[in-house]
Design a protein around this ligand. Structure first.
Ligand SMILES: *[C@@H]1O[C@H](CO)[C@@H](O)[C@H](O)[C@H]1NC(C)=O
Ligand SMILES: *[C@@H]1O[C@H](CO)[C@@H](O)[C@H](O)[C@H]1NC(C)=O
Ligand SMILES: *[C@@H]1O[C@H](CO)[C@@H](O)[C@H](O)[C@H]1NC(C)=O
Ligand SMILES: *[C@@H]1O[C@H](CO)[C@@H](O)[C@H](O)[C@H]1NC(C)=O
Ligand SMILES: *[C@@H]1O[C@H](CO)[C@@H](O)[C@H](O)[C@H]1NC(C)=O
Ligand SMILES: *[C@@H]1O[C@H](CO)[C@@H](O)[C@H](O)[C@H]1NC(C)=O
Ligand SMILES: *[C@@H]1O[C@H](CO)[C@@H](O)[C@H](O)[C@H]1NC(C)=O
Ligand SMILES: *[C@@H]1O[C@H](CO)[C@@H](O)[C@H](O)[C@H]1NC(C)=O
Length: 427
């Protein structure tokens, strides 16, 4: 874990400095300054207003605080509390309408608000630093109340809320940024630069615009059901990248050079433009499927290597992979558009496709082959062909009539003969 909960001396009046001022998740140097008598709690649970007031009396509170249940009245007011060294959990506070903590700057541990179903107003005007923020099942709020915005945190997960917008998460680096099932959210705008584990924006409002203009690097990335994505400075995705089930019309990640696992673009029914102008390597599988309006599968002009298989389905009239030198798995392009197979058949015959399955279908042609080749299935195996025994077969057929079907058929036959030779050469 990046974030380590600080060891909390229960001794009062501990001295030390709060050093957590950078935009990153390292809080290990944070230590409580002067702690008043009665403000060192050990797993304190407040279920009635008088117990909340005990916490509110502490500018600095040490310990894990749980505010729980339906007997808290309509408001939880922590005005005056500046720092909590420990967790703050508000759970099942099913009657509170407001949660006010305008002086709170730091919560060193987990900050949970869970199942506050009528909570309308949150005031966290000065909160900049938390360990993990987890908000779930808040059915009446429309704003986070994070006026200053978070600059230091470990992870942020916000799900099943009525938030209208999410702004003010300007942490330099997070482990997890997971925003899901917030049905009213129209805008997610964050200054985040790096996400080391999971960045997921999924199944919120279909009209949500996602702005991650400062993001340069991430591990696994998932965008589902979004209206737009702006992440022009994203250069590296070290895990997988999935963009699916969205209303996206345009997807351009023109600075992205590397995807460390699979790249999946599927079920984006309004998508018409795809551009990955700098992408050189996809270490896993590469799938484009069920994007019903995507006539051109896009600009992948620098893509050289795919560590898994390529699998494209759609109605493609255009699309090219001009720089491709190696596909470690198979290759399947199943299109009912005008895009000819010629370019891809050549990739296969040139030995770029290492996997044993090759298939390409356009409107008027179809070519497939199946042959065991050396180096298949491995991204790191070298391409010298000291192949073991291999079986090879291929077939070519013309699809239903069109002016060029004969030509396509002949070309396909020719290709298939080349492939037979290729297969034989490997034996
Ligand atoms: C933290 O990030 C915000 C927004 O990105 C920036 O304005 C601020 O200067 C940064 N603070 C530090 C200490 O880097
Ligand atoms: C995190 O913050 C600390 C303290 O401000 C700083 O020394 C360190 O360089 C920062 N790390 C990153 C990745 O910015
Ligand atoms: C919160 O409420 C749910 C459902 O009523 C219940 O299952 C859960 O145990 C409660 N949690 C706490 C901490 O009381
Ligand atoms: C948010 O809710 C408050 C009160 O619940 C309301 O006054 C305000 O207009 C709402 N804002 C938006 C943007 O919906
Ligand atoms: C994104 O990169 C461009 C340079 O291509 C730079 O001018 C811009 O400031 C960057 N945006 C952010 C938000 O860092
Ligand atoms: C991704 O990998 C690059 C190169 O190894 C590294 O510099 C970067 O920190 C990594 N980013 C994340 C978020 O893991
Ligand atoms: C290719 O993708 C299609 C559609 O997602 C799927 O049905 C098919 O099984 C995939 N083929 C391979 C070889 O993975
Ligand atoms: C697709 O290619 C055809 C010619 O092959 C060209 O006329 C058309 O403009 C291209 N469409 C796109 C969207 O690039």
């Amino acid at each position: 874990m990046l974030f380590q909960k600080i060891a909390l001396p229960l001794a009062l009046l501990a001295t030390g400095a709060l050093a957590a001022t950078g935009n990153n998740s390292t809080l290990t140097t944070a230590t409580p300054t002067a702690v008043s008598k009665g403000c060192s709690f050990s797993d304190f649970t407040a279920t009635v207003p008088s117990q909340v007031q005990e916490v509110a009396a502490c500018p600095t509170a040490v310990g894990n605080i749980v505010i729980l249940g339906s007997d808290l009245g309509s408001s939880v007011d922590l005005t005056g509390v500046k720092q909590i060294f420990g967790d703050l959990s508000i759970k099942n506070a099913t009657r509170i309408i407001s949660f006010v903590a305008p002086d709170l700057e730091l919560i060193s541990g987990n900050f949970e608000i869970i199942s506050a179903t009528v909570l309308e107003t949150i005031n966290l005007a000065q909160l900049t630093t938390v360990g993990t923020l987890l908000w779930n099942h808040l059915n009446a709020i429309n704003s986070t109340g994070l006026t200053s915005g978070l600059t230091t945190a470990d992870s942020v997960t916000i799900s099943d809320t009525t938030l209208a917008a999410l702004e003010g998460i300007n942490v330099f680096q997070l482990k997890t940024f997971d925003i899901n099932n917030n049905g009213n959210i129209q805008l997610i705008d964050s200054g985040l630069k790096s996400v080391t584990d999971l960045l997921s924006v999924s199944f919120n409002s279909e009209s949500v615009d996602v702005k991650l203009d400062y993001l340069t690097s991430a591990k696994n990335v998932v965008f589902q059901s979004v209206n737009s994505i702006s992440a022009a400075n994203l250069t590296s995705v070290n895990g997988s990248l999935t963009i699916s089930s969205s209303n996206l019309k345009e997807l351009s990640l023109d600075k992205l050079t590397n995807v460390g696992a699979a790249l999946t673009i599927d079920d984006n029914t309004k998508l018409t433009d795809v551009s990955f102008a700098s992408l050189k390597n996809i270490a896993g599988a590469f799938e484009i499927a069920d994007n019903t309006n995507l006539g051109d599968f896009g600009d992948f002009e620098k893509l050289a290597t795919v560590g898994g298989s390529v699998n494209f389905t759609g109605t493609f009239d255009n699309g090219t992979l001009p720089a491709l030198t190696r596909v470690s798995g198979g290759f399947s392009l199943d299109s009912d558009g005008d895009l000819p197979c010629k370019e891809f058949n050549k990739l296969n015959s040139d030995g770029v496709v290492k996997g044993d399955k090759y298939f390409c279908a356009g409107k008027s042609e179809s070519t497939s082959s199946s042959s065991a080749k050396s180096g298949s299935g491995s991204a790191t195996a070298d391409s010298s062909s000291s192949g073991s025994g291999s079986a090879s077969s291929s077939s070519t057929s013309s699809k239903k009539s069109s002016g060029s079907s004969n030509n396509a058929g002949l070309t396909g036959l020719f290709m298939s003969m080349i492939m037979m030779c290729f297969g034989v050469a490997l034996i």
